[in-house]
Design a protein around this ligand. Structure first.
Ligand SMILES: Cc1cc2nc3c(=O)[nH]c(=O)nc-3n(C[C@H](O)[C@H](O)[C@H](O)COP(=O)(O)OP(=O)(O)OC[C@H]3O[C@@H](n4cnc5c(N)ncnc54)[C@H](O)[C@@H]3O)c2cc1C
Length: 358
């Protein structure tokens, strides 16, 4: 049964949390504990962002840094959790605290009322409205795979996401990108028997941008020619059978590379539409929502931002991860309840300087 205190009215609640990723859920648990009435909606399943990672992808953060709501995240082999373990963990948290998440309900508009807001969401059955006083946007920042903007990018053999590696067995695959996602995909596909090549704009792979356990292996495979790397190149045209690469700054060696499949793993972009519709100011290169960092409230009084959504589109300089967003929850709860919350000191510990994407 749902554990929504104060109000059971579907059309009215104090707070609407948009996004049931780890931070939205952590906030939902905190509101439950503090008896703040809320509804939580997600455009997809709970943990939607993690659900589209390739099977068995591991977090680079340690388990204690990505656990939420005080619930320990334990793996049977003491390793960092993978996608499946973490999704299981999120389901356990939701069950334990009886959080009723309204899944597959995309919020498409936030309209101001005389007092508070009307949050408009869409399902396949039509639109629903919820009136509330406060909205928290915990919508993350990985909404769309970034596009190359070249001819052939919409062909069926081109994908911006790594999916089940097995499907690439025996295939010639060109991977575009040179950071964690691209390197991890290159290694996984090599290990399932794909013939992998890599096109990267950079002069070489940077040890600083790649998980420490992947870097030695990828550099060894490139050195031995088992993975062919085309550094300082970028695709200019994709066809069903090959990719045309051109050199970047006339330094790399362009040419035609045979490829049955192309994976463009060059990062992700945040969908700004909800921020824009709600009148939230965005700033800087990443178009980050502007907030008061002590309260997490935006320029629109009553609308807050929590989690990695705060970073906007993290193009190359990744600074916000789940592991350093827990304190957003504390700040919002303190603001709404007037009670200081014991701070989550995990956020002040040193971050692992690795980016999930290019
Ligand atoms: C391969 C990979 C590996 C990663 N490894 C790490 C790691 O090791 N450590 C780390 O800290 N981070 C890692 N990340 C990043 C990680 O995904 C984020 O740190 C984490 O998901 C952020 O949590 P969040 O709750 O802020 O946002 P999200 O998990 O992105 O949750 C946002 C939620 O909002 C929902 N939503 C968005 N828009 C709407 C809308 N309009 N209406 C309703 N719902 C909406 C989405 O469906 C989603 O469920 C990795 C990412 C990738 C791709």
């Amino acid at each position: 049964m749902p554990n929504h205190t104060e109000s059971n009215n579907r059309n009215h609640t104090r707070v609407v949390i948009v996004g049931a990723g780890p931070i939205g859920l952590e906030l939902a648990v905190a509101f439950t504990k503090h008896q703040v009435s809320f509804q939580i909606l997600d455009a997809g399943a709970i943990g939607q962002t993690i659900s589209w990672w390739a099977p068995q992808t591991r977090w680079f953060s340690s388990n204690d840094r990505i656990s939420i709501a005080g619930v320990p995240l334990v793996t049977d082999d003491q390793n960092k959790a993978n996608r499946e373990q973490y999704l299981t963990y999120l389901r356990i948290v939701v069950e334990q605290f009886q959080i009723e998440v309204q899944c597959y309900r995309r919020v498409v508009d936030i309209q101001r009322r005389e007092s508070g807001f009307t949050v408009v969401s869409e399902t396949t059955n039509g639109k629903t409205e919820i009136n509330c006083e406060i909205v928290v946007l915990a919508v993350g920042g990985l909404d769309h795979a970034r596009r190359l903007g070249v001819e052939g990018e919409d062909l069926q053999n081109v994908d911006g996401y790594l999916r089940e590696p097995h499907r690439y067995y025996g295939r010639q695959v060109l991977i575009v990108g040179g950071r964690n996602s691209a390197v991890e995909a290159a290694l996984r596909l090599h290990h399932v028997g794909a013939l992998v090549s890599l096109s990267y704009r950079g002069r070489e792979l940077s040890e600083d941008n790649i998980k420490y356990w992947l870097y030695p292996e990828i550099t060894g495979l490139i050195r031995s020619g088992r993975i062919q790397a085309y550094f300082e190149t970028q695709p200019v045209r994709i066809t069903p059978t090959h990719v045309e690469l051109e050199s970047v700054n006339q330094r790399g060696e362009g040419g035609r590379v045979s490829a049955d499949d192309v994976l463009t793993l060059i990062g992700y972009e945040q969908d700004k539409s909800l921020f824009q519709r709600a009148g939230i100011k965005l700033h800087g290169e990443n178009q980050q929502p502007q907030v008061n960092e002590e309260t997490m409230e935006t320029n629109v009084p009553g609308i807050y931002v929590a989690g990695t959504a705060l970073a906007g589109t993290q193009a190359s300089d990744y600074r916000l991860f789940l592991e350093n967003c827990h304190q957003h929850v504390d700040r919002i709860v303190a603001q709404l309840t007037g009670k200081p919350v014991e701070s989550d000191d995990r956020d002040s510990q040193q971050l692992i300087q690795e980016a999930p994407e290019s």
